[in-house]
Ligand binder design. Structure first.
Ligand code: AMP
Length: 224
């Protein structure tokens, strides 16, 4: 199974991607993860990519596209892959599509988690981290995982502790806007890439406004 997943930052794409990955047992290939690994290992690729990533810009296509096309040829991806974070713009979509056509590789599933920009931004800013455990997700804007109130204090909905904090980058509105500018750009950005696939193949669209559980149920139903 060869799968693409799209969704803005704040849409729960990471969580849904992990569920899809489990269902099909294919490697979850995330461009951002590959870049970060290369940066920490100080590889030539990492050195080239770092400045762009630090500025919140896309790494240029002449670095990103060959890197991903080579990754798809690795042994673990022989029986399929789930690509996450790529393509992120129209040029990358065209390059991927052409490479797949040239090699007679079928794109089996394309998923889009649809979420409006305002809600996506709120979701990011509403995240609260429980210091006791990173696996205790709380979000002040998502009813299903909203923190609880105890004696007038906001506490973790899972363990009840008062130690809830925010991640700095979740509160950085300029950084959030920069990423969303790329995602919601229908001319050359990520939504242009999504539309490119919509013109060529079936795209499974799920409504990202519901809770994690509802979204994954809708997704599983549509995947069959
Ligand atoms: P992510 O972890 O997906 O948010 O990616 C982190 C950073 O890696 C992004 O802000 C970009 O700088 C870079 N990046 C990830 N995917 C791509 C891509 N498809 N094209 C160019 N740059 C990317």
């Amino acid at each position: 199974m060869n799968i693409l997943i799209f969704g803005p930052n704040g849409s729960g794409k990471g969580t849904q991607g992990a569920i899809v990955q489990k269902k099909y047992g294919v490697p979850h290939i995330e461009t951002g993860v590959i870049f970060r690994e290369n940066i920490s290992k100080k590889t030539p690729l990492g050195e080239k990519a770092k400045a762009y990533i630090d500025r919140g810009e896309l790494v240029p296509d002449d670095i990103t596209i060959p890197m991903i096309l080579a990754r798809l040829k690795e042994d673990d991806a022989k029986n399929g892959w789930l690509l996450d974070g790529f393509p992120r713009n129209l040029a990358q979509a065209e390059a991927l599509w052409n490479a797949l056509q040239n090699e007679n590789i079928k794109l089996d599933i394309v998923i889009e988690i649809d979420l409006d920009r305002e809600t996506a931004k709120k979701r990011i800013m509403g995240r609260r981290l429980c210091k006791m455990d990173n696996n205790h997700p709380n979000n002040i804007y998502i009813e299903a995982i909203a923190p609880h109130t105890h004696d007038g204090k906001t506490v973790c909905r899972v363990c009840g502790c008062e130690e809830l904090s925010t991640r700095d980058d979740d509160q950085d509105t300029a950084a959030i806007d920069k990423r969303h500018n790329i995602y919601y750009d229908t001319k050359t950005g990520t939504l242009a890439a999504v539309n490119f696939f919509k013109e060529r193949t079936k795209v499974i669209v799920v409504d990202g406004r519901a809770g994690v559980k509802e979204v994954s149920e809708e997704l599983m139903k549509k995947l069959g």
